[in-house]
Structure formats: structure tokens, C-alpha cells
Design a protein around this ligand. Structure first.
Ligand SMILES: [Zn+2]
Length: 242
């Protein structure tokens, strides 16, 4: 059932269509506002509100926009997830270029280097997702008879859209210092967006969702440390520090 993006109350429908293109938005019985104003907004407005961390836009995306699924993630979310992993690969690759301009970081063919970084990014992605899901399962234990963990994954993927800002690196030329700042800003935007999405989806306070995200990040760092031990690579430290 869809919900009101303003107060979270369930509503029977979001709009009534009188004729093609002529719709009337439903008013929420609880808060008396439009149940979902984003029905009539285009993607640019939605994107700006995501950047502004508005809880309403995450309620719209997670509860009203996504097609209901018992398991797995929707094809569009999956595409975004793959794109975000490739962005991570790109960020790490650039980092290596900046720090090791004249030194090949691994004496291997280029495609093996790429696979190496790709493997690391996929590992980070999976461990983070697993960590957050584990923290959520500990938190909601006995609270719900059925809980759709696939929506946790979708919430994290959608709210990591901020990494796309790094496409600016392709369009404009930054110096190393500016680029480091850009990465730091993007990391903060992604972290706070993840926080907002989990807060909205679980309908909990920011402190609790912060603890859940930190648990996921902690597990990811542990996995990275394990990787360092296994590969014994000081160059890997550079990769992991971003
Ligand atoms: Zn409402």
C-alpha cells in the first residue's frame, strides 16, 4: 500500500486519473497535505530534494515509486548499483594515478589490474550491504513477522547516488588537492544520504540509523584489513583509504 510522503500514513491511492494526463492528487486524511507531491514532479526536482536530504523524497522512492518485490532488487536499481561500483573502481584508479604517476602499482597486465580493483570494490559493496542488513536484523529482532531486507539494499543503492557527482572529474580538470576535497564531500553526502534513507525506511531516529550504518562501515573496514593481511600490499593502503 502506498504511503503519504509527508507523514508516512498509509493511503489507498496517490492520485485519481480522470482522463489521460488529467490527474488529481490524493490528500492525506491524517496530515491533509498531498499524499505524494512527487507524482507531478520531474526527475530534476526529485534529484535536488535527494541532495537536500528531504525524508519525503525517500518515502516517495522507497514506498511509492519502486515496484513491490518479495526478494531481489529491481532492474533499474540493479543498474544503478553496478554503475556505483564502477564509479568506485574509477575513483580508486584515479587515486593510483595521482599517487603513483610513474610507478606501475602491480607488475601485471592492465586488465588484471582493473580486475583486481573491481574485485576489491565488489567485496566492499557486498560486505557493507551484509553489515547493514545484519545490524538491521539485530535491531528489528522480534519486531516484525516479515521483513523485506531487499529494500534495505535498494535504499542503500538509491541513496548512494551522490557518487555520480564525481562525473564532474571527467568534465572538468581538477588539481589533486581539489579532487581530494571533492571525494571527501562526496563520501559525506553518500554517508548522510544512506543515513536518511535508512531512517525513513525503518522509521527510526537518526542515532539508531547512524549506529546501523557505522556497523556496516566497520565490517567493511575489517574486510579491508583482512585483504591487506592477505595481500600484504602497501599500495593497497592507498586504494583502501578512499
Ligand atoms: Zn500525511
Amino acid at each position: 500500500m502506498p504511503i503519504c510522503v509527508e507523514c508516512g500514513a498509509p493511503v489507498t491511492n496517490l492520485y485519481t486519473e480522470y482522463s489521460k494526463g488529467n490527474i488529481h492528487l490524493t490528500h492525506c486524511e491524517k496530515c491533509k497535505k498531498f499524499a505524494d507531491k512527487y507524482i507531478e514532479h520531474d526527475f530534476v526536482i526529485i534529484f535536488i530534494d535527494m541532495l537536500l536530504h528531504k525524508p519525503q523524497v525517500y518515502r516517495h522512492l522507497l514506498f511509492n515509486r519502486l515496484e513491490y518485490r518479495d526478494y531481489g532488487v529491481g532492474p533499474n536499481v540493479l543498474k544503478l548499483g553496478i554503475l556505483l561500483i564502477l564509479f568506485d573502481v574509477y575513483i580508486k584508479w584515479l587515486r593510483l594515478e595521482i599517487y603513483y604517476e610513474n610507478i606501475p602499482f602491480i607488475e601485471q597486465p592492465l586488465f588484471l589490474q582493473y580486475l583486481y580493483i573491481l574485485f576489491l570494490c565488489v567485496l566492499e559493496f557486498i560486505v557493507f550491504q551484509f553489515g547493514v542488513r545484519m545490524a538491521v536484523s539485530l535491531y528489528i529482532r522480534d519486531k516484525y513477522a516479515i521483513f523485506k531486507y531487499n529494500y534495505i539494499t535498494m535504499a542503500l543503492i538509491i541513496s548512494s547516488f551522490g557518487k555520480i557527482i564525481l562525473i564532474l572529474k571527467v568534465i572538468w580538470t581538477y588539481n589533486d588537492r581539489e579532487y581530494s576535497w571533492l571525494i571527501n564531500i562526496v563520501n559525506i553526502v553518500v554517508l548522510t544520504s544512506n543515513l536518511e534513507a535508512i531512517t525513513v525506511f525503518l522509521d527510526i531516529g537518526y542515532f539508531k540509523s547512524f549506529a546501523i550504518i557505522i556497523f556496516g562501515l566497520g565490517l567493511k573496514i575489517l574486510a579491508q584489513m583482512f585483504f591487506i593481511q592477505v595481500t600484504d600490499s602497501s599500495l593497497l593502503m592507498t586504494l583502501l583509504s578512499i
